[in-house]
Design a protein around this ligand. Structure first.
Ligand SMILES: C[S@@+](CC[C@H](N)C(=O)[O-])C[C@H]1O[C@@H](n2cnc3c(N)ncnc32)[C@H](O)[C@@H]1O
Length: 206
């Protein structure tokens, strides 16, 4: 099937060989799931030109904007080492297998947030599929919103929900607490900055 790469011109299929060749140019890979407008992977890619940053989202419109920004000249904020993939967390392309040295999930909502809050077995499938043998996982949630049918999360409830799926995928939780330093993403700026809203950060290692 291949990976659906979103560029500023639209969607392109990249086969497994081509995707491997791109990855082989870099020493390691950040995968940002639910990337939205891709500001975080683009920023990370600009700060680490020797690394590859892959932003994944189900929303192709947001990815198109992300690609448009990344494809600008580096002097104008572009990042040639950032790539944007259209996929859902529930059905990630085979080509991403073992790709993520660092997997970030920042301010997820809807289906992706529900998977995490429920501690759905699909979380471990997703991690087993995308994470490299030694990988880091970072999750940051808005603690003041939850999908219908869920209680607002706390560090304790998040740790409880994710303990089994993370353990099944070979991850050990190294920290899970309220955080006062949310990551530099667009939603972090919108939701948190100066608002006093509470956020929860979880880190885990494989
Ligand atoms: C609030 S936005 C956060 C975007 C970005 N991480 C940030 O912090 O600025 C949540 C994103 O999660 C994506 N998302 C929700 N459910 C998803 C799923 N099941 N698979 C992939 N992306 C999903 C949405 O499309 C949306 O772009």
């Amino acid at each position: 099937m291949g990976v659906e790469i979103i560029t500023r011109r639209g969607a392109e299929q990249m086969d497994a060989t081509a995707f491997r060749a791109v990855r082989a140019q870099y020493s390691s890979t950040l995968v940002d799931l639910g990337t939205g407008d891709g500001a975080w992977p683009r920023r990370f890619a600009r700060e680490h030109p020797q690394l590859l940053a892959v932003g994944i989202d189900a929303d192709r419109g947001s990815l198109r904007e992300a690609a448009r920004m990344a494809e600008r000249k580096p002097a104008r904020g572009g990042a040639p080492n950032a790539l944007f993939v259209a996929a859902t967390a529930e059905s990630l392309p085979d080509e991403l297998s073992g790709a993520a040295d660092w997997l970030t999930i920042y301010f997820p909502w809807s289906a992706l947030l529900a998977l995490l809050l429920r501690g759905d077995p699909q979380v471990s499938e997703m991690l087993m599929h995308t994470a490299a043998a030694r990988a880091r996982l970072s999750i940051v949630l808005n603690a003041e919103a939850a999908p219908e049918g869920f209680d607002l999360p706390t560090p304790e409830s998040l740790r409880r929900s994710l303990a089994d799926p993370l353990d099944a995928a070979g991850f050990r939780i190294t920290s899970c607490d309220w955080t006062s330093q949310p990551p530099p993403t667009t939603w972090s700026g919108r939701l948190v900055k100066g608002s006093g809203r509470q956020t929860i950060g979880l880190d885990a290692l494989r």
